[in-house]
Design a protein around this ligand. Structure first.
Ligand SMILES: O=P(O)(O)OP(=O)(O)OP(=O)(O)OC[C@H]1O[C@@H](n2cnc3c(O)ncnc32)[C@H](O)[C@@H]1O
Length: 490
């Protein structure tokens, strides 16, 4: 006898199946929509590097929703201000602010208008202004006031113009290099930073906590992404590329002669220099020689070995009161790890083709460059600025001396130095680190990350639901089969 059919069975099965299909469609749609890349919103920040030789404007950009992720901030635009650094406008301070206008206009065009009011704008002045402040505080204030007036009138969120300390310049250069190379989250194996400017030079590297104890003024500590860093840093004022040349010229013109035969310039090079252009810098502590006239003829003799002797005399290796010193009685713990050398280190070493050779080969190449006659050098490099070309023998010899005798790099550790201009498209220098610090973009503690990335989470959810639905289908099918087979039982 046929068992009476339960009319609800079939309807329930169909209902559950339809519900399941709707649920799957909804899930797949959600997964597809959730994983679709959203249109990214960007934020911007602007930093003006008011250096001794020139001012540069950097515009940075980062995805708005990933502010605290390392390596997210990129250099979007760079503008080099025409003319000299702002400290050179001490006799006409108004011009200092005016000189920035063209680059400010470029910045206005490079940041979307709707972001202008929320884009922070900073100006940091370095060694040129440190020297002007030493010379004349009032002129220094007038120059800063003039740039301040122009920056306040921009549509950006102006955050101030100030002279940053040598410590800040060194430490933020280190932050930039390690942020861009994504080393800060790993907590170990950071890269040291070597920066050579026009008026000062900085060395900064991570060291052990006990090494920093000897000299508090050379110590900077950071807690970044949950890691503690003990940095050694020192800025040598007057040991930038331009001021150190003045030190060497003053050193060689003590007798007040009318001609200086300089081994650090190529044979055949000759120019007239005024004594005041050399002796007016606050870096030169000796008086202009009494017997000297207005000026002298600066003539090259092109001899690298003799040039090394000239350079040696601008360093003082005596009077160290610490366990270790670099030079001029300045504490320096033993060097640790890899180093990135940027700014003028890169310009000079790159021009001289000394960025990827051994120390010994570099010495030989340097000797060859210095002994090449000036006429030949000019012929060989007709498109290079003559001032740079003339100074490469001196600057290259100085850099090799500073790194080896000054900071104690040896033939064995030479390969630890990488000469760099940019890292992942952004210039190496203090500006990015400065902005990251002032906008609190590097958290002290590592942000908590979810166990699964968003896409992984959605995919997992989808697969689990599909699996559950398949199990459900199978159980419904067996229920269905049982129902229909019951009909045949008599
Ligand atoms: O940090 P401070 O000391 O204030 O100086 P700065 O900010 O002006 O210093 P830069 O790093 O911009 O430049 C360093 C020096 O390199 C010089 N320089 C720039 N381009 C160069 C090139 O192609 N070849 C040689 N020297 C160059 C420039 O004139 C400076 O003397």
């Amino acid at each position: 006898k046929e068992k009476p059919k339960n009319p609800w069975h079939k309807a329930v099965v169909i209902f559950i199946a339809v519900l399941g299909i709707i649920a799957i469609v909804a899930l797949v749609t959600t997964a597809v929509l959730q994983n679709k890349p959203l249109q990214q919103k960007f934020k911007y920040g602007i930093v003006l590097d008011a250096g001794s030789s020139h001012t540069a404007v950097y515009i940075y950009e980062w995805p708005a929703e990933k502010e605290n992720d390392t390596g997210r901030v990129k250099q979007k635009h760079f503008c080099q201000v025409k003319g000299p650094g702002i400290s050179s406008y001490s006799l006409s301070p108004e011009q200092a602010g005016h000189s920035l206008r063209l680059c400010i206009q470029e910045a206005v065009l490079n940041v979307p208008r709707r972001r202008h009011h929320e884009t922070p704008l900073y100006l940091g002045a370095t060694a040129g202004m440190r020297l002007l402040r030493m010379e004349n505080q009032s002129l220094c204030d007038q120059v800063l006031g003039s740039v301040e007036k122009v920056l306040q009138s921009t549509p950006f969120d102006y955050q101030g113009a100030r002279i940053i300390s040598g410590q800040e310049e060194g430490a933020f250069g280190w932050v930039t290099v390690n942020y861009l190379s994504d080393r800060l989250k790993q907590g170990s194996g950071t890269t040291g930073a070597l920066d050579l400017g026009g008026a000062s030079t900085q060395i900064t590297f991570a060291t052990n906590q006990d090494e920093t104890g000897e000299s508090a003024e050379n110590t900077v500590t950071f807690r970044l992404y949950g890691n503690d860093y003990f940095l050694y840093t020192h800025s040598f004022l007057c040991y930038g590329k331009d001021q150190v040349l003045k030190l060497a010229l003053a050193q060689q013109t003590q007798a007040g002669a009318s001609t200086l035969l300089d081994p650090c310039f190529n044979q055949g090079y000759s120019t007239n220099l005024s004594y005041s252009s050399v002796y007016s810098s606050p870096c030169i502590t000796t008086q202009k020689p009494l017997a000297a006239g207005e000026g002298f003829t600066h003539r090259g003799t092109g001899n690298a070995l003799q040039c090394q002797e000239v350079v040696r005399r601008i360093f003082n290796f005596s009077g160290c009161t610490f366990s270790h010193c670099s030079f001029n009685g300045v504490y320096q713990p033993p060097l640790q790890g890899q180093f990135g050398a940027f700014s003028a280190y890169y310009f000079v070493m790159n021009f001289l083709n000394l960025t990827s050779d051994t120390l010994e080969n570099n010495m030989e190449k340097m000797a060859r460059y210095c002994s090449t006659p000036w006429t030949q050098i000019k012929q060989q490099f007709p498109n290079v600025k003559e001032k740079y070309l003339a100074e490469y023998c001196f600057s290259g010899t100085y850099i090799l001396f500073l790194l080896t005798h000054g900071y104690n790099f040896t033939s064995d550790t030479w390969s630890n130095i990488k000469f760099i201009k940019k890292i992942s498209g952004s210039d190496a220098g203090w500006t990015l680190g400065y902005m990251l610090n002032l906008t609190n973009m590097i958290p002290a503690e590592a942000p908590d990350t979810p166990p699964l990335p968003h896409a992984g989470y959605v995919t997992l959810l989808l697969f689990t639901s599909l699996l559950l639905f398949l199990i459900l289908l199978c159980s419904l099918r067996s229920l269905w089969v049982r129902c229909t087979s019951q009909r045949q039982i008599i």
